[in-house]
Design a protein around this ligand. Structure first.
Ligand SMILES: NC(=O)c1ccc[n+]([C@@H]2O[C@H](COP(=O)([O-])OP(=O)(O)OC[C@H]3O[C@@H](n4cnc5c(N)ncnc54)[C@H](OP(=O)(O)O)[C@@H]3O)[C@@H](O)[C@H]2O)c1
Length: 346
């Protein structure tokens, strides 16, 4: 990661009126069953990878979190390392919970993960029992929670026996520190091995979290059918390809966009004229459907019932509200789907 300009945001701890959720919060959201489980997830979830760190503005992301819940987004996705700085997204979410959202704890699915580099030394990353247990304890402390709803192994570890990683996940559930567990970034082969190990422990794999968007369809041939067969839910991350599948980069790289920031993972160099030309054609198609490109990109994923939820990121309430509008028009004609297919394969 490049140099980070750390501008620590301080919450307005003297806000006079505590947050009270909208009475209409369940009127519009679509909920989908997560695999073969008892859990329903909102079709659109909110991710806190970017925009909720200590470099971001507390008032802004607090409003995003409240707008999400007011509109039926019950699922908030975190990880130990989200920030920057790592850990700060969990700390900030903990503050938001304390300042009002936590009153609705039983209406929330809060997830966290461990897998990537978090602290120095040999026990601060990957998939050992030592790391997973310690990391979840730290996450719970940062968020001020007794349990998370879902705890994920964030990435497969080639050097730790899968039995150890899955065994640790199962024990975490038995300890009551997570209600369910999931895996993320495991390919189809790794998933095929991990799911039965969890089954043996009588702690089913609730959900798989993987990158899936019009820009990255690698889950389609093997992973999606496998998850369906195994009764494991599928949540798609970066469904807008970090903002590429929106209208924001059609006329250059706006200041303050993820691609312009030194702390992000989206590189300016990714945005080539060829890519912009393709996005522009998709944008025209979206306009023809009466949608923004962001709305169409989300609807395109959600038209597949195997996708339980798409986890969007948002740097403003306006973006979140735009993304929620995807739910108004999820169906596609055969002609539209063929056109999209040909644009994506061009
Ligand atoms: N398991 C994993 O390994 C993993 C990896 C990555 C992500 N995730 C999860 O998935 C979540 C979402 O990932 P992501 O942030 O990459 O998702 P994304 O939805 O593909 O991208 C979010 C970014 O797109 C732009 N955007 C969003 N809505 C927009 C709209 N309506 N119009 C214009 N621009 C819009 C914003 O960019 P600007 O900031 O430029 O405004 C926003 O920050 C993460 O927060 C995390 O919870 C998980």
């Amino acid at each position: 990661m490049d140099q980070i300009n750390v501008k620590v945001s301080t919450p307005n701890l003297h806000a006079a009126v505590p947050y009270v959720a909208s009475d209409n919060r369940y009127s519009k959201m679509i909920y989908r069953r997560c695999g073969r489980s008892g859990i329903l997830m909102p079709a659109i979830s909110l991710g806190l990878w970017h925009n909720f760190g200590s470099v971001d503005v507390f008032d802004n992301f607090e409003k995003i979190a409240y707008a999400a819940f007011d509109n039926g987004i019950t699922h908030f996705d975190l990880a130990n390392n989200y920030g920057p700085v790592p850990g700060s997204a969990e700390e900030n979410f903990g503050r938001i919970l304390k300042r009002g959202l936590g009153a609705y704890r039983d209406e929330l699915i809060i997830t966290t993960k461990a897998g990537y580099d978090m602290w120095p030394g040999p026990y601060g990353e990957w998939g050992s029992r030592k790391y997973l247990m310690a990391s979840l304890n730290q996450s719970l402390k940062r968020m001020g929670l007794e349990y998370v709803d879902i705890f994920y192994s964030h990435r497969p570890d080639p050097n730790t026996p899968l039995e150890e990683t899955m065994g640790a996940l199962a024990d975490i559930v038995r300890q009551g520190k997570a209600l369910y567990v999931g895996i993320s970034n495991y390919d189809a082969e790794q998933t095929k091995r991990a799911v039965p190990i969890l089954k043996e422990h009588k702690v089913p794999c609730l959900v798989h979290q993987s990158r899936y968007s019009m820009a990255d369809r690698s889950v389609e041939p093997e992973l999606l059918p496998l998850l369906k067969e195994e009764g494991v839910g599928m949540v798609a991350f970066s469904p807008l390809a970090q903002g590429l599948l929106t209208n924001k980069y059609l006329h250059g790289v706006p200041e303050n966009s993820r691609a312009a920031k030194s702390s992000g993972f989206l590189q300016k160099s990714t945005i080539t004229p060829e890519l912009v030309a393709k996005i522009s054609k998709l944008n025209d198609l979206a306009i023809g459907r009466g949608q923004t490109l962001a709305e169409m990109a989300l609807a395109w994923l959600l038209r597949d019932q195997r996708v339980t939820s798409v986890i969007v990121g948002a740097s403003s309430v306006a973006q979140l509200m735009d993304n929620l509008k995807a739910l108004d028009h999820l169906d596609f004609s055969d002609e539209e789907l063929m056109l999209i297919e040909s644009l994506l394969n061009a």
